[in-house]
Design a protein around this ligand. Sequence first.
Ligand SMILES: [Zn+2]
Length: 221
Amino acid sequence: MIINGIHVTVNRKNIKHMYLKIIPPNGDVKISAPTQISDEEIIKFVNSKMEWILNKQKKMKNTEYIPPLKYKDGEKHYLWGKPYELQLVNSGVEVIKDENKIYLPVSKKSKIKNRQKKLESYYRKELKKEIDNIYEKCIKTVGRKPTDIKIRKMKNWGNCKQNGTITLNLNLAKKNKKCLEYVLIHELCHLIEFNHSPKFYKLMDKYLPNWGELKKELNGK
Ligand SMILES: [Zn+2]
């Protein structure tokens, strides 16, 4: 049905309460409702949530919709800033790549979760290797050493704890290698200035003069 110009799909099932979901990319509304509930009650329910729905729809239209990754043949995945086509192969255990493709040794029948895990462990290996490559140079530049470096999937590109542990985002393996260096230098500078004060940015200017460009590149601006 259409309520206030909004597409609403109703799914009646054996449940106690009504639930509302907004579906990307258009922001259509999906309702799950108890079997015996009337259309009037559903309309009333949707209207009571109208402000929230419109708000959500507006946000959805302002952000580019990225469909969830399926890790299937032909899907585009990035490594060090370069796009590769994913190809699933039935043999081997190691992920390998050539000029244009990343070969993932998993069955076409495998679960998305397992494929993701396989590719992510490859990213982790690549990232570790590259951290090793630039580590000495970076700590020499800044003159500080972290107590530990960890790799993790997280919201920020990196973080630095007061105990000297630096954590780097696994997804940095998808970006240009220079971006990894930028994040590592940024976090190492926090071992001198534990904040984002003008003093901190002076350190960044000194140790990585083009950090502003790299930051923009990293965030896709
Ligand atoms: Zn910072």
